[in-house]
Design a protein around this ligand. Structure first.
Ligand SMILES: NC(=O)c1ccc[n+]([C@@H]2O[C@H](COP(=O)([O-])OP(=O)(O)OC[C@H]3O[C@@H](n4cnc5c(N)ncnc54)[C@H](O)[C@@H]3O)[C@@H](O)[C@H]2O)c1
Ligand SMILES: [Zn+2]
Ligand SMILES: [Zn+2]
Length: 339
């Protein structure tokens, strides 16, 4: 079978590799149908993801059809349409015992620490495989994993109905956060530098859009919240200055959700944190968010609605990566299609 491997930085190859087979009783064999290209795949491709070792078969946003299952598998069967939960964890460490396996000390992410889904077939343990309504189009269900990133961020922020939520950044992640916050019933202001991205966010439910390149975000938040500040600020830009702004813009008793991997320090004074008793939390990947996202997909409450902008057949995967790299203004989510 064929697999897409990042051999070394900026070198993507389609390789012939051995087709995987069921080895353990809990294994599930899946024919891959769709894989989404994510910012973190681009980082691995550029050789700038410190967590990924090369060579690596990338791809962690994966939808496919179950072809065979091991004898102990009970939750899925051949013919099911499924999405893949990309985290594998030890179950023993402190984070796992705390119910936070997404930050397991021995965490292994499919397509990052271990070979991922950009190949014709994959085998994974049952617990990483979730069935969805087979009537849903593949292009819809392959978005499950990015939606879980958004679901985790609103869960970490404890977003509730009618909360005033500021999302910084209307890229794919900011848009996934937006969809989740709106499903919960929050009132959402979103910022970006691109009017086109902001217009799309508005079509997808944003109550207020603000161009951070032209407007004073802090002042816009003050006007929008009658001087109180945003109850939850979710930073999907992830720069030192957006983290700084997040703490300033948070309301008393508010929460700031950090999603970034930037290693540069931000300059944040203690006073606003103490005075407002702001909670600052990290949000990484997801814990237990697949069931909720799948329920919303199955209930037709979640649809990509134009978030998927590009589709490339598997044999044009290099063209796909080049396109995503060169047209960040045009691409929201690009998919690789297997037949
Ligand atoms: N924690 C996690 O689990 C997780 C998962 C996926 C991605 N991420 C991170 O989320 C971030 C966003 O990912 P993405 O794929 O949407 O990225 P992206 O680059 O496509 O989107 C970022 C958006 O922010 C906008 N922007 C830039 N500067 C801004 C500013 N000062 N104010 C407002 N908007 C501004 C850009 O115009 C762009 O639309 C990345 O840093 C990524 O590493 C985290
Ligand atoms: Zn992703
Ligand atoms: Zn663990």
């Amino acid at each position: 079978m064929k697999a897409v491997q990042v051999l070394r930085a900026r070198e993507l190859v389609i390789k012939d590799v051995e087709k995987p087979d069921i080895k353990n009783p809990t294994d599930v064999l899946i024919k891959v149908k769709r894989v989404g290209i994510c910012g973190s795949d681009m980082h691995i491709y550029h050789g700038t993801n410190p967590l990924a070792t090369l060579p690596r078969v990338i791809g962690h946003e994966v939808a496919g059809e179950v072809v065979a299952v091991g004898e102990a598998v009970t939750s899925v069967r051949a013919g099911d349409h499924v999405v893949i939960e990309p985290i594998r964890y030890c179950g023993q460490c402190y984070a796992c015992r705390k119910g936070r396996p997404n930050v397991c000390r021995n965490l292994s992410v499919f397509g990052v620490h271990e070979d991922g889904g950009l190949r014709e077939w994959v085998v994974l343990p049952e617990q990483q495989v979730h069935a969805v309504d087979p009537d849903l189009p593949w292009d819809e269900i392959v978005m499950a994993e990015p939606y879980t990133i958004g679901a985790q961020a609103v869960w970490r922020g404890q977003v509730e109905k009618e909360d005033k939520v500021l999302i910084q950044g209307a890229g794919p992640i900011g848009l996934c956060v937006l969809k989740m916050a709106k499903l919960i019933g929050a009132d959402v202001m979103i910022t970006d530098l691109s009017d086109e991205r902001l217009a799309f966010a508005q079509e997808n439910g944003a109550d207020l859009i603000v161009n951070a390149g032209r407007e004073d975000v802090q002042q816009a938040v003050a006007e929008w919240t009658d001087g109180e500040g945003a109850n939850v600020v979710i930073d999907a830009v992830c720069l030192p200055q957006t983290f700084e702004l997040a703490v300033e813009a948070a309301s008393p008793a508010g929460t700031v959700v950090v999603l970034g991997f930037d290693e540069r320090p931000a300059s944040i004074p203690q006073l606003p944190i103490t005075k407002k008793e702001v909670t600052i939390v990290g949000s990484r990947l997801q814990t237990n968010q697949f069931s909720k996202v799948i329920r919303w997909l199955n209930e037709r409450k979640l649809a990509h609605n134009g978030l998927v902008t590009h589709r490339f057949p598997f044999d044009q995967v290099r063209e796909a990566f080049a396109f995503v790299e060169n047209h960040p203004d045009k691409v929201r989510k690009a998919l690789i299609i297997f037949d």
